[in-house]
Design a protein around this ligand. Structure first.
Ligand code: SF4
Length: 268
C-alpha cells in the first residue's frame, strides 16, 4: 500500500509527543535548554500538548517549529505500539523512543519516493518507485524489535542511485542543464536573483544564504541545509526532494513559490 502525502506528514493529535521526549536538544539558537534523549521536555503537558505552542519561537524553541517527523510519530504511537502511550505503559517507553528515529528515516525515504511517483517527468520510473515504496512500507509495518535491526545506511545506499536517476530526469527535462553544486559550503553566500533552475544542491550547506528572488525551479535540494536561508520571493516550483523541515528552517515570504508537496510555514 502506498502512503498518501497526508500520512507522511506529522499529525501531532495522534502522537504521544514522541519527538518532545525521545530526541535530545542542545542549548542553541534553536533550543533554549539542553535536554537528554528520553527526558520529557519541561514544556510537555500531561495531555501530550505543548505548554508554549503558539509562541515557540518567542521563547527560544525555534527548533520545534522546524522539525517534521514525516508522520513517523503517529505511526509509532498508533500502529507499532497499538495506541499504548508511554505514560500509561512505561514499559514501552524505551522501545517507543528508539523506534521513532528509525520510522522517521523510513518515512523520509517514502517521502522522496512519493515525490518521484507524483511527477510526470519521471513516468518511466514510477513502477520502480512504487515497488521500492511497497518494500519500505512493509518494513515500516514491522514490530519494534524488527525495526531496531533495520540497516538504514544500507537502505539509503541502495535507494540513493535511484533518487539520483530521478533527479537527473527531472532536471534534464527543464533545459537539459545538469549543473552540480553538491556538497558545497555556501553558508551566507549571496545568490540573490541567481538563475539556479535545475541545479543540484544535494548535501550543500546553504545556511543563511541569500536566495531572495533566486530561480530554484526543479533544483535538487536533497539534504541541503537551508537553515536561515532567505527564500523571500524565490521560485522553488518543482524543486526536487524538498522536505517540510527544510522549508520550516528557512526564511521566506508570501511571494516565495513552493513545491506542491510542502506547505507555507506559519511563521513566514
Ligand atoms: S517546546 Fe513544546 S513542542 Fe518543543 S519539545 Fe517542548 S513540548 Fe515539544
Amino acid at each position: 500500500m502506498t502512503e498518501s502525502p497526508v500520512e507522511l506528514r506529522a499529525d501531532c493529535t495522534q502522537c504521544f509527543a514522541l519527538c518532545c521526549v525521545a530526541l535530545p536538544f542542545t542549548r542553541s539558537a534553536d533550543f533554549a535548554v539542553d535536554k537528554a534523549a528520553g527526558e520529557p521536555c519541561g514544556h510537555l503537558q500531561d495531555d501530550f500538548g505543548c505548554g508554549v505552542h503558539g509562541k515557540l519561537r518567542d521563547v527560544g524553541f525555534r527548533g520545534c517549529t522546524s522539525f517534521d517527523c514525516f508522520g513517523a510519530g503517529q505511526r509509532v504511537s498508533q500502529e507499532t505500539f497499538g495506541g499504548r502511550d508511554w505514560r500509561a505503559h512505561p514499559e514501552t517507553a524505551g522501545a517507543m523512543f528508539q523506534t521513532l528515529p528509525v520510522m522517521r528515516a523510513l518515512h523520509e525515504l517514502l517521502w522522496y519516493l512519493a515525490d518521484i511517483e507524483e511527477r510526470p517527468e519521471t513516468a518511466s520510473l514510477h513502477a520502480e518507485a512504487r515497488a521500492l515504496h511497497r518494500e519500505i512500507g512493509e518494513t515500516a509495518q514491522k514490530d519494534a524489535d524488527s525495526l531496531a535491526t533495520v540497516d538504514l545506511d544500507g537502505l539509503r545506499g541502495s535507494i540513493g542511485p535511484f533518487l539520483t536517476r530521478a533527479s537527473e530526469m527531472v532536471r534534464g527535462s527543464v533545459g537539459g542543464r545538469l549543473k552540480s553544486r553538491q556538497h558545497l559550503q555556501l553558508m551566507g553566500a549571496n545568490l540573490s536573483g541567481a538563475r539556479l533552475s535545475g541545479v543540484s544542491f544535494r548535501g550543500s550547506l546553504l545556511i543563511a544564504a541569500d536566495l531572495r528572488k533566486a530561480d530554484l525551479r526543479y533544483a535538487d535540494l536533497l539534504g541541503a541545509d537551508l537553515r536561515d536561508a532567505d527564500l523571500s520571493e524565490a521560485d522553488l516550483t518543482g524543486a526536487v526532494f524538498v522536505t517540510q523541515s527544510q522549508i520550516n528552517s528557512a526564511r521566506g515570504s508570501a511571494g516565495t513559490a513552493l513545491p506542491a508537496r510542502v506547505e507555507r510555514p506559519a511563521h513566514w
